[in-house]
Design a protein. Structure first.
Length: 405
């Protein structure tokens, strides 16, 4: 059965997900749009995408798209879908969705109409007037934007960022899909050391280790589509066996390092790495990021340091950036900092070689990338030229806990 799929993404990650599908999934009909990626395939494509996509939020089966300015149009459009091909007589089919800039703006009313249309179609197909909804979950989603309705089935269930290794997280966790995207943007493949000095619960080094080991991010969890009657269980078993067989084991021990000033974070990171099956490749240690000696280190540094909107007050965050600039800015490390502070470069003291706008959930951030040799790194001199001192010109407080990853 030929199917059309939609993978919602965090804004800024559409191109990365499209590349995952093209190069990893070997798909040709891939289209990246704002906040999502569309592609076509079959049941095996659905299985591969759920098991292997690192940066997508979920996998949806796109069943229909049509104009709906009235409830009658919405009802008829949904009713025309061959729901009996996807939902069994005992299937559970809740409905959720959203509406934006459309005449049909009441989401609860739209939910009722969609549900009624599905029940009407299934009732005619199965000869039933009432459905027990005790079987496999088939989550229906609708999106109505500018009077265009799209109808989906959610194949993933829980979001794909829920890998299964992070049952517990810190106060402001970094989404796993975004951590994986940072590693992919840096093109890190496990051939050089990696350091995260604000590791929090260990998300960045864990995701990096999984990438280097070619460990499928969905190996440790289940998906709603595994219980769908129209996809043979043998297909899932075969795909999982292939994923396990593809895992590498030749990554150097302790090639990755995560540090945090908070011992509770370090303990949590160690626990999460064990659950992910990558603990022997990562060394976690209690350490203050701004007091490390970065001068002789090589490789790549990833950091999602605390920032004003999340854990530290703004002035403390700015002081932290200055201290990191003094400690690591002049080193030969390639460095990648994710923060929502638009003035990060001013306080860090160096202009980034490249910036990329990303989102951690709904929080807009920038990834500041420093990948040129240290001799080519450009100091940020705007403050000196104005004869001003930023309010971050002060010593960083000795409490830079990395409860973020």
């Amino acid at each position: 059965m030929k199917l059309e799929f939609c993978c919602p993404t965090l804004f800024g990650l559409e191109g990365i997900v499209a590349d995952e599908l093209r190069f990893g999934g070997k798909l040709t009909d891939v289209r990246a749009e704002n906040g999502r990626v569309l592609f076509t395939g079959d049941a095996d494509t659905l299985i591969w995408a759920n098991l292997h996509l690192r940066c997508a939020e979920r996998v949806l089966v796109r069943l229909a798209a049509f104009r709906a300015e009235t409830f009658d149009e919405l009802f008829e459009g949904v009713k025309a879908i061959r729901w009996e091909d996807f939902i069994p007589a005992d299937g559970t089919f809740p409905v959720k969705g959203h509406s934006l800039d459309s005449k049909l703006f009441s989401v609860p009313d739209c939910q009722k109409i969609v549900k009624k249309a599905v029940v009407t179609r299934l009732g005619a197909a199965y000869g039933l007037s009432w459905f027990p909804e005790t079987g496999a979950r088939c989550q229906i989603q609708f999106s109505i934007m500018h009077d265009m309705a799209e109808i989906f089935l959610d194949a993933s269930g829980a979001g794909l960022h829920k890998r299964g290794y992070r049952a517990n997280a810190n106060a402001a966790p970094l989404r796993e899909t975004l951590a994986a995207a940072m590693v992919k943007l840096a093109r890190w493949r496990g051939r050089e050391p990696l350091l995260d000095p604000f590791c929090g619960s260990g998300t960045i080094p864990i995701e990096a280790a999984m990438i280097a080991l070619n460990r499928a991010p969905g190996m440790m969890r289940t998906f709603d589509a595994e219980k769908w009657s129209w996809i043979e269980a043998e297909r899932w078993r075969t795909a999982r066996e292939q994923a396990v067989a593809a895992v590498r084991t030749d990554l150097a021990p302790d090639l990755l390092c995560g540090g945090d000033i908070d011992p509770d974070c370090v303990a949590l990171a160690i626990e999460n790495a064990k659950k992910a099956g990558v603990d022997r490749f990562i060394r976690f240690e209690q350490a203050d990021a701004v007091r490390r000696d970065y001068r002789w280190q090589s490789g790549v540094l990833f950091a999602n340091p605390p920032y004003g909107e999340r854990l530290l007050d703004r002035e403390s965050a700015e002081a932290l950036y200055r201290a990191m600039g003094r400690a690591a800015g002049g080193s030969e490390l390639r460095q990648y900092y994710l923060t929502s502070d638009p003035e990060f470069e001013r306080f860090y003291g160096y202009r980034a070689d490249k910036r990329r706008k990303l989102y951690n959930g709904m929080l807009k951030c920038d990834l500041y990338m420093y990948f040129k040799p240290q001799a080519e790194r450009r100091p940020f001199r705007a403050q000196q030229a104005r004869g001003q001192v930023g309010r971050g010109d002060r010593e960083v407080p000795n409490r830079t806990k990395g409860k973020h990853s």
